[in-house]
Write a protein that binds this ligand. Structure first.
Ligand SMILES: Cc1ncc(COP(=O)(O)O)c(C=O)c1O
Length: 326
């Protein structure tokens, strides 16, 4: 089956375990965590799963160079650089803004991983990719483009497969999850989880937390996710008719804007760190975990529910945002 056709990059299955102290604190809720911060590939994160399929496709197409784009602290770009090192591919990263004097966090790691870094000013979502592709082709390279965030159907397959992995763990642990919280930003994670939830009959209520309130290429994130899901259902032979309401994103927690750290993210990072010894990141998982805490504190979901937080990584960004986390 198509889900087996991938280039191995990570350590799977990632742990699924109960958050004992927080389950006590937020009783009567039972809180669990899926540890994709432990996927490997230069400190872990959700992009390992997407890159296993994207790098496979690049190699199948005979490409020797990868181009992708993101913010300077992009976890996706750092993990792409690591994947390229393993797959022996040249890696070009288009990163928004101008070159900083000192590299730190993900940017430093991307540099150490050998990526060729291009700073692209205002354009942090891959607007300059085609221009770079043409230039590299003139140099006789065979570039493969990985879209912003690794979010297309190929990348999303990583999270369809992740739901298969989760299902096996739930059977072994004799567990049923009612609500799944996670960060959604470029949409590939959400698209894969949505398809996997239906393909494997997990019947979880997905609660994607929107991280970036801006649209990408003139489309809302929900429209982007719906397009990926509709493309994927044909490939995976899922009969369901998807509507925008099936990919609804909660945007109540991103008012401050992308990469702006507020008291909320800070509180969430400290809450998980100081009760469970697990580190979130300030941009994505800190925001999504805060949202989950808010749901539980305000009792927005039924008592006794089993709640799962999908930890999608991002650890290195803490060092870039150190001043704001003190
Ligand atoms: C740590 C982390 N969590 C969540 C996400 C969101 O995933 P997606 O872009 O697939 O929506 C990202 C994306 O960059 C990320 O780096």
């Amino acid at each position: 089956m198509i889900l087996y056709h991938k280039f191995d990059l990570g350590f799977f299955p990632t742990p699924l375990h109960r958050l004992k102290n927080l389950s006590e604190k937020y009783a009567p809720y039972h809180i669990f965590i899926k540890r994709d911060d432990q996927t490997g590939l230069a400190s872990g994160g959700n992009k390992t799963r997407k890159l296993e399929y994207l790098i496979r496709e690049a190699l199948d197409n005979g490409c020797d160079t990868i181009i992708t784009a993101g913010a300077q602290q992009s976890n996706h770009c750092r993990q792409t650089a690591a994947a390229c090192a393993i797959a022996k591919l040249e890696c070009h990263l288009l990163l928004g803004g101008t070159a900083p004097k000192n590299y730190t966090g993900n940017l430093l790691l991307s540099h150490l991983l050998g990526a060729k870094i291009h700073f692209t000013g205002e354009n942090r979502k891959g607007e300059d990719i085609d221009r770079l592709k043409q230039k590299l082709e003139l140099e006789e390279k065979k570039p493969f483009i990985i879209p912003y965030g690794g979010s297309n159907l190929t990348g999303a397959l990583g999270f369809v497969n992740a739901m298969k992995e989760l299902k096996s763990q739930l059977i072994v642990q004799n567990l049923k999850i009612d609500f799944l919280f996670f960060a959604s930003s470029s949409g590939g994670t959400q698209a894969g989880l949505t398809l996997g939830n239906d393909l494997y009959n997990l019947n979880m209520k997905l609660i994607p937390i929107g991280i970036d309130k801006n649209e990408t290429h003139g489309m809302s994130l929900e429209e982007t996710v719906l397009n990926m899901v509709n493309e994927g259902k044909t490939l995976l032979n899922i009969k369901k008719k998807y509507k925008l309401s099936d990919v609804k994103i909660n945007n109540d927690y991103n008012e401050a804007g992308y990469g702006v750290i507020t008291e909320n993210e800070k509180a969430a990072i400290k809450e998980l760190a100081q009760h469970e010894g697990i580190i979130l990141d300030p941009v994505y998982t800190g925001r999504a975990f805060y949202a989950m805490m808010d749901y539980l504190t305000k009792k927005k979901i039924p008592n006794n529910a089993n709640v799962l937080f999908w930890h999608t990584g991002g650890f290195p960004a803490n060092f870039y945002y150190a001043d704001q986390l003190m």
